[in-house]
Unconditional design. Structure first.
Length: 279
């Protein structure tokens, strides 16, 4: 059983529970991105197994009327064993998603995974002509060049501030600077990117800025937030006609999920606490 605090952020341990959660959120106008918990496998067996689970999840979503999709982590489907293992499993999931018309996101992990993740996404997104999305992180100093590279790649880009404690030589460490860069990159996406724009932020200032950019460039966009964080605002935005997606992890590995988040960056513990108490 998932304890009450963790259950605020995790949509159950089984696929059935996750789909039930998606159905409840859909009733409030919020779509759901489902992520099976698991990452940093160092043996191929578990990576292949999780890829198989994603394929089944894609097939099951397609058989429902749910407004839902999936998001995978590179280290979960084999990247720690090599880019070739990751690419093979990513392709299998992408092929199933394309066949069943279910969108598939790829998360971005720490800076050591960026090149392999970009390469695999670009290849598959071009091959399948969209239907796929990639997360990029504003705190990394390389991201402006990465977005320029991706500017004509079909699909969607999710811009987040970045949750990993990266070295100062490759990442912006000052919060005000990260906010400044986030806004610059967000405008670049609205102005230059050929695909869909996803605003991955709980920050009211960034959400308000996205609204301004949407009007300025006459472009649709979506807001993405985590399960358990500002859920009332998720529902309010959806009620205003904004496309809102909730990122909802599920599965039995919830303890390692929280432990790794806190270990990666101490601010994540405070972030979770603030979400729990509603501030």
């Amino acid at each position: 059983m998932i304890p009450p605090i963790a259950s605020k952020f995790v949509a159950g341990e089984s696929e059935a529970a996750a789909l039930d959660h998606a159905r409840r959120m859909n009733e409030d106008g919020v779509a759901v991105i489902l992520n099976l918990l698991g990452e940093h496998y160092h043996e191929r067996g578990p990576a292949d197994e999780d890829a198989d689970i994603y394929i089944k999840l894609v097939e099951d979503i397609a058989e429902t009327d749910l407004d839902a999709c999936v998001s995978v982590k590179p280290s979960q489907i084999g990247l720690d064993m090599g880019a070739d293992v990751f690419s093979e499993n990513y392709r299998r999931i992408a092929e199933a998603a394309d066949e069943h018309d279910v969108f598939v996101w790829c998360d971005m992990e720490d800076h050591e995974t960026t090149d392999a993740t970009l390469d695999a996404f670009e290849e598959l997104a071009r091959e399948f002509d969209g239907g796929m999305g990639l997360c990029v992180q504003a705190n990394l100093k390389r991201t402006p060049d990465d977005l320029e590279r991706l500017s004509d790649v079909p699909g969607k880009i999710r811009l987040v501030k970045g949750a990993y404690d990266e070295p100062a030589n490759i990442a912006h460490k000052n919060k005000a600077k990260v906010d400044e860069v986030y806004k610059e990159l967000l405008e670049y996406l609205f102005d230059e990117y050929v695909g869909g724009v996803a605003v991955g932020s709980h920050d009211p200032k960034m959400i308000s800025y996205a609204k301004e950019l949407g009007a300025q460039y006459d472009r649709d966009y979506e807001i993405q937030m985590l399960m358990g964080v500002r859920e009332d605002e998720q529902r309010n935005l959806a009620g205003e006609g904004v496309e809102v997606w909730q990122y909802a992890p599920y599965g039995g590995k919830w303890f390692s999920y929280f432990y790794r988040r806190v270990r990666e960056r101490k601010e994540n513990a405070l972030f979770a606490l603030r979400a729990i108490v509603g501030i």
